[in-house]
Structure formats: C-alpha cells, structure tokens
Design a protein around this ligand. Sequence first.
Ligand code: UDP
Length: 334
Amino acid sequence: MSKKVLVCGGAGYIGSHMVRRLVENGFEPVVLDNLSQGHAPAVVSGVPLIRGDLLDPAALDALFGAHDFGAVYHFAALIAVSESVTAPGLYYRNNVAGTLNLLDAMRRAGVDRFVFSSTAAVYGNPQTGLLAESHPKRPITPYGRSKRMMEQVLADYGRAFGISSVSFRYFNAAGADPSGEVGEAHDPETHLIPAILLSALGNHPALGIFGDDYDTSDGTCVRDYIHVNDIASAHLAALDWMEANDGHHVFNLGNGKGFSNLEVLEAAKKVTGIDIPYRIGPRRDGDAATLVADSERARRLLGWRPQVSDIEAIIESAWAWHRAPKYGPFAVNR
Ligand code: UDP
C-alpha cells in the first residue's frame, strides 16, 4: 500500500492527533480541510494542507488525481448533537452528501481503503448496560442518523465496488496530545470536559450541566471518555486490518467505564484545584442517559488497548492544553 494517506478533517481535533501518529509511523499524510472547524496550525509542519470542501466533487477529483493515496481517513464531520436537531439539513449535507462525494471520488481514482469516524450516537437509547456493536441501532438525532446512514452506505460500497472500510464508533473523545502542540479548540465549545476546563479558566462563564433528572446514579448523563490518542492508535491498526479483511467492519472505541457529568466535574475540580462554578440547567435535545462501550471487539480483533484509561489522566492532558492552547479562540502567543 502507498504510504500516502488522505486525512479529511486533519486540521480538526481528532484528525490533527491522527496526522501526528501517521507521521510518527512513517506515513505521508495529506490533509484536506475546509477550515470551518479546523485550525491550520493544528497540522504538523511539513504536512500538506489543502483547503477544500467535500461538497466540491471537482476539487476531490483533482486531489485524487494529484496523489497516489493508499487509504483515506475521514474525520471531517459536523458533530454537535443538539445543533443537528435544529439544523438537520446541515448535518445530512455535510456528513452524508459530503461523505458520498468522497467515496465516489475514491472509486473513480481506484482507492479502496476507507476509515470512517462513526459514533456511539448510532445506538440511540441503550437497551443494555455496556453497548456492543450488535446492539440495535436506533439513533435519536440527525447527527446519529447521518453516521448510521454512512455505515450502511459503506457496507454497500464494499459489496458493489470492493472498497474495504472500517467504521469506528467513538464514545466520548477527550484529552490532548502530551506534546502540547494539538488539542481541542471548538468555537463555540459544546463538549463537557473542555467546557468545564474553560470555565475553570474563566473562558466559559455559564457552565450548565444539562439535566439532573435522568435515570442514572446522580441524575446526570453518563458517558465513556476515551483519550484522543487512543482513538488515533485504533485508526493505525485499521490499516493492517483492511489489508487482511474485505468489506465493512465496525468497532466501538471506549474505555468501558461510565462517568456521570457531575463525576467528571468532580474529577476536573481535583485535577485543576479550582472550585469550578456551574448550575444545573434543563436537558439538552438529543442526549441519551447513558452511553458506555463494550470495546472487546477492537481489543480482540485489532489488538487495541487504550493507554490512558483513567478519567483524571484524560482530564489532566486536556487541562495542560487548555492552559496554553497553541491555536483556537483562547490561543496564547507563542
Ligand atoms: N454537557 C453538559 N454541559 C455542557 C456540555 C455537555 O452538561 O456544557 C453534557 C451533555 O448534556 C452530555 C455530556 O455532557 O450529557 C456529554 O456531552 P458532550 O457534548 O461532551 O458529548 P456527546 O455525548 O454529546 O457526544
């Protein structure tokens, strides 16, 4: 396989961590990003950054014509669950139509390996404790449905065109690379851990915990936080997997441990030493009460092992980034 790989969304949060892992492992990533959410400085220097959009098929053909890609990683998606409820067209256009354009450009160029960022949101409201891949897929938001649709498309493209693919269902990506060079920098920030840490720094004045009347131990939602570099390491393993396996394959990526929103807040208070102010607000649209992964399949078949499973260690790595972000709305001068 050519060592050249296309990383769509490589200037974003997870994509930028992936690009670093690829470079460290001898690959030659090329980043495609429309910079609507991503940050140019998040891309390791020396890695080509092409500003372009998945909704522009001609630009995609030009890109595939200019490079001999061995595989494509696709991180370029809109990810705010509650926004997807109010702006579904945006989500289907970007996450479904954009991904279809990408797959068709791959097909025209004869590139046949694809790694897709899916989500725990495809499961909807859990029927069981830990969620295995076989759990019913009944997403409750346009965001979850956009990702589920693409999983189904990938299975069809595998059968029709021989494109091998892996979909990773991420639980809650969190943390930052220890280098301090990349981290999470969404604007606005809607995710729990960065929202808490930005509040600790006075950069997110009205931290709200969305609902305390869920059917969980303390009434707040429970999530499974997984370090962004552990997500990246699974994506590397996917290349070997596709070398040996045709068709479409799905793997959960989580630690298998759930933390309630208030437990995350407590852990963040401990890590930062700051008594972070918050208020309990109303529920947020589209939130399931509990999402915790059974990731046995990735462990067994990919030999994947998360390296940072402790919630405080995950928050510590995020805290190091948020105190001195290199880019984003609160970037410190270098
Ligand atoms: N959450 C919250 N306050 C915030 C951001 C998030 O209470 O400012 C909650 C959210 O309602 C959910 C959990 O934190 O219960 C995780 O949300 P996040 O947006 O981080 O990830 P998601 O699970 O939606 O992908």
